[in-house]
Design a protein around this ligand. Structure first.
Ligand SMILES: [Zn+2]
Length: 120
């Protein structure tokens, strides 16, 4: 299942893709789950690109904050150096600490509404 990063959201369109069944990571997938996950990952990346106009989508899974498989889908904009590779981790921490503005909650709500209308 797909959800938007909760507020404060580091970037508009920063989504999370969660596995339906509880598992710690892809190494626990059955063959069927592996195929479903691949399709879901592609669809979710397409959604981020379509709705944000970003150039790339970073996909990162740590699985440490919550031990349930969730992949961060992070819009990367060529025009925004703060979204470059590991700099996005600084952006993340800056938003969490309040030293950088989060995505506007109203814009996040609107993103979710639009995404639901075309994705589910
Ligand atoms: Zn779980």
């Amino acid at each position: 299942m797909i959800r938007h990063h909760s507020n404060p959201a580091p970037l508009l369109g920063w989504l999370l893709l969660d596995s339906v069944r509880h598992c710690a990571g892809p190494w626990e997938f059955t063959d069927r789950e592996m195929a479903d996950w691949g399709r879901a990952l592609k669809d979710a990346c397409d959604l981020v690109r379509r709705r944000t106009g970003c150039d790339r989508v970073y996909t990162i899974a740590f699985g440490e904050g919550a031990p349930h498989l969730h992949v961060h889908l992070i819009p990367r904009f060529g025009s925004d150096a703060a979204t470059t590779a590991w700099k996005v981790a600084d952006l993340y921490r800056d938003v969490a600490s309040g030293s950088r503005d989060a995505a506007a909650p109203q814009a996040v709500l609107e993103f979710v509404k639009q995404a639901r209308s075309e994705f589910l």
